[in-house]
Write a protein that binds this ligand. Structure first.
Ligand code: GLN
Ligand code: ZN
Length: 781
């Protein structure tokens, strides 16, 4: 048993507040309704509350530095004084105003309407604006950070004082502070090189380190004993130059200020395990949820005097920790490691909702299986007490946890033999279409008789205020089923009429009844639950409320057939059914941790397959299965890509392959940067794939051409992220470019993505131009 007392701490806490207070304050501030001081006071109140929660749970420190008004990387950009020069901030622009300008962009000054031809939509006429910093997913989470832009000559200089102010704030509230910040190597790794001359951003390290050293010295002067420096890239497959940079970096930083706890998470350390253990710092945090198998190795390699922080409580999921399993992991480490042992969540709790309090809609049994951030802090305390023997096996908290774990393990809501049987008895070839694509293409061409360059859309049409109000009223119970149905049917009829008028070839019903492409299906499938308030920050003020996939998945009844059949009844043109694919449903939910993700995905696939079959049965000849999340599910380590892609593409094919050759399966993905996984995308074997390409000027399509992608493709020609209406000319140009790399006979014409965030006027204008462009090209060819 470790001689030194056990501590608990957290790597970070959610920022938004239990009632999403920060979100609402931010949005009020952006609308000009509250000033910066009012926003800052909401921030201060949330920090105070979250530090207090850490103290109440008996954590050894309040973690300071994890708070951000938009994103922690953006906050760090200001601390390091490397705001991109392109923003051209006037001297004296307040820090917060510059921060939001980087995060949200600066609006162009629209030109005077009178100075330009009516109807002109060219951006060239607009005054200079500045686009926001690019946003990218934080490792394999659904959190998006703002990407720092670095030039070869970017200066670094200690600039912000937010971190130091927050430390002082916490100290004034009587907390023992552990400061937290993202480390220099992870910061550089996540940045993007800009400017004409190519350079290697790692060369900026020498200039960056003195600023980090200053930050640490300043924290030390404030009396901070520990600083947690996050270097999650230690879990990636790093080029040698990057892994070799760690040791000299931490020689400098390890001595510069408070004791350093180096935090790694999200991935096993593998070849970098020894490096991480031997860095000249005072402690190491490892993710024992993602890499329990490495704990022994870490305990072996970590020098005995160092702090070992073990992340045993899952910071990425919402399940209650099994105390016996966690202790079984911790005990051998405690025996082996003579130095201090700290117990922590696997990563920052940023990725889980704040608290279960207020989740009254969940039944008590299901609720007892869950732990959000606040409950996870409590779990740390229980584990500490059990491990150091200060409470007995008879502790009521332990009994409660054990009972919850046992009930989840045995629940018939979780384990449904008929679902298991179906997976086990799947016939060989269930994930293969009956005939190869070339043969299907002939049958489908005969059936649909579409013109060359067929036009279609991606699914959703504008979600007007009236639609949202109707859905909300129906949810609240103030709009009864019959009236709701009538209103949604009217919206469908409107969308069908407009599409016919526009002259589109393959129509959609418009998705008016869906508020979210995953929630809509989760709500109708067995095995999913929905929280009232389980919000998680996605980016800035944006939060998502992922469904909770807790049990075996089954489809009690058809989910989309009524709406689709109604839509088809209104037109003689083909109506495309619209479903969300198994990988995307999985990826955007909190999923089970008691079986592999692949198995949960396979269960969803069978449910979607049944829906596809029902649509076919009802006479729907074209079905689109959206998989926008397939790429983001890629594991962090390349070595693990293949097994993931194998099961993910198989799940898609399972969902799509229950139909005859004459049924045309489409899929849609919101990006086209899959150069490196094109064989797997092709192996999904959708008859048609639509992708987002307009903003990259079709460049990303090139890979499809060189790869000789075998099936049909609809590269987006209309950027739906902007209200701007593309001209016929622009879309013609894009289509001609596409036809250079893809056989024209395989080309479809469509927007980049769904149109739910657009208004009708610009949507109609853009689609009219799109149809026009397709027709013109048909004549030319
Ligand atoms: N069918 C969906 C829509 O049109 C697709 C959305 C997406 O790809 N994210 O809204
Ligand atoms: Zn999309």
């Amino acid at each position: 048993m470790a001689a030194t007392p056990l501590l608990t701490h957290t790597l970070g806490f959610p920022r938004m507040g239990a009632q999403r207070e920060l979100k609402f304050a931010l949005e009020r501030h952006w609308r000009g309704e509250i000033d910066a001081a009012a926003l800052e006071s909401v921030g201060a109140e949330l920090r105070a509350r979250h530090w207090q929660a850490q103290r109440d749970a008996g954590l050894a420190f309040a973690t300071v530095g994890d708070f951000a008004y938009y994103d922690h990387m953006a906050t760090l950009i200001q601390l390091l004084g490397c705001e991109p020069a392109r923003f051209g901030f006037a001297p004296g622009t307040p820090e917060l105003a510059r921060y939001f300008a980087m995060a949200r962009g600066v609006q162009a000054q629209p030109h005077e309407a009178a100075s330009c031809d009516a109807g002109c939509t060219h951006t060239a006429h607009e005054g200079a604006g500045q686009p926001a910093l690019e946003m990218t997913k934080w490792f394999d989470t659904n959190y998006h950070y703002l990407v720092p832009e670095l030039h070869a000559d970017t200066p670094f200089r200690l600039s912000g004082h937010r971190l130091f102010d927050e430390v002082a704030e916490a100290q004034a509230q009587g907390h023992r502070v552990k400061a937290q910040l993202v480390g220099p190597l992870t910061f550089l790794w996540l940045s993007k090189e800009k400017g004409q001359a190519p350079f290697d951003r790692l060369t900026l390290l020498d200039r960056l380190l003195p600023v980090y050293a200053q930050i640490l010295a300043r924290l030390k002067a404030q009396g901070v004993e520990w600083v947690q420096i996050d270097e999650p890239i230690l879990g990636l497959e790093l080029p040698a130059a990057w892994s070799q940079a760690f040791e000299p970096t931490y020689w400098q930083l390890g001595k510069a200020g408070p004791q350093v706890l180096l935090a790694t998470y999200f991935s096993p350390l593998e070849t970098q395990l020894r490096l991480a253990c031997q860095l000249p710092v005072a402690g190491l945090h490892v993710d024992a949820v993602r890499a329990p198998q490495e704990l022994t190795g870490v305990a072996d390699w970590l020098p005995g005097y160092k702090v070992l922080s073990v992340g045993v409580v899952d910071g990425r999921n919402i399940w209650r920790t099994d105390p016996d399993a966690a202790l079984a992991l911790l005990r051998p480490v405690a025996d082996k490691h003579p130095g201090p042992l700290w117990i922590a969540p696997s990563c920052s709790l940023l990725h889980v909702p704040v608290a279960l309090a207020g989740e009254e809609v969940l039944d008590a049994e299901l609720r007892s299986w869950l732990a959000f951030a606040t409950e996870k802090l409590g779990e740390l305390g229980l584990l500490r007490d059990l491990l150091d023997g200060s409470v007995q096996d008879t502790d009521p908290r332990l009994a409660e946890s054990r009972a919850a774990i046992a009930s989840r393990r045995a629940s018939p809501r979780v384990h449904r033999p008929e679902v298991a049987r179906r997976l086990a008895e799947a016939p060989a070839g269930a994930d293969q279409r009956r005939a190869p694509f070339a043969a299907r293409q002939v049958v489908q061409r005969g059936r649909f008789g579409l013109p060359p360059l067929p036009t279609t859309t991606i699914g959703s049409f504008p979600q007007t205020a009236a639609i949202r109000a109707a859905r909300a009223a129906h949810r609240r119970g103030t709009l009864d089923d019959a009236h709701y149905r009538a209103q949604m049917r009217a919206e469908i009829a409107l969308a069908v009429r407009k599409q016919e008028e526009l002259g589109l070839d393959v129509l959609v019903h418009g998705e008016a009844e869906r508020n979210d492409m995953v929630e809509y299906f989760g709500e109708q499938l067995d095995g999913f639950a929905f929280t009232a308030n389980g919000w998680v920050q996605s980016y800035g003020s944006r939060c998502v409320k992922p469904p909770v996939l807790y049990g075996d998945v089954a489809r009690p009844r058809a989910m989309t057939v009524d709406w689709t059949v109604y839509a088809q009844s209104l037109t003689a043109r083909p109506m495309k059914g619209m479903l969300t694919g198994p990988v995307t449903i999985l990826q955007w939910s909190f999923v089970r941790d008691d079986q592999p993700r692949s198995r949960s995905c396979e269960q969803i696939a069978w449910a979607i397959r049944d829906e596809v079959a029902d649509l076919e049965q009802a006479g729907i000849g074209i079905v689109q299965i959206d998989e926008p999340a397939i790429r983001e599910g890629l594991p962090l380590r390349r070595a693990l890509w293949k097994p993931y892609l194998d099961w993910a593409t198989r799940a898609f094919r399972l969902s799509a392959s229950g139909v005859g050759n004459a049924t045309q399966i489409h899929t849609h993905m919101c990006y086209s940067e899959f150069n490196d996984i094109l064989p797997e995308i092709a192996a999904m074997d959708a008859d048609v794939i639509t992708i987002e390409t307009s903003r990259s000027d079709m460049e990303l399509l090139g890979a499809f051409g060189s790869f000789r992608y075998p099936n049909e493709i609809g590269p987006g020609v209309y950027d739906i992220h902007s209200p701007r209406v593309p001209t016929v000319h622009e879309m013609l140009r894009l289509l001609r470019k596409a036809a250079e790399v893809v056989p024209p006979a395989h080309l479809w014409v469509n927007p980049d993505c769904g149109l739910k965030t657009r208004g009708w006027p610009e949507t109609e204008a853009a689609l009219r131009n799109m149809v026009h462009a397709a027709r013109q090209l048909r004549q030319e060819w």
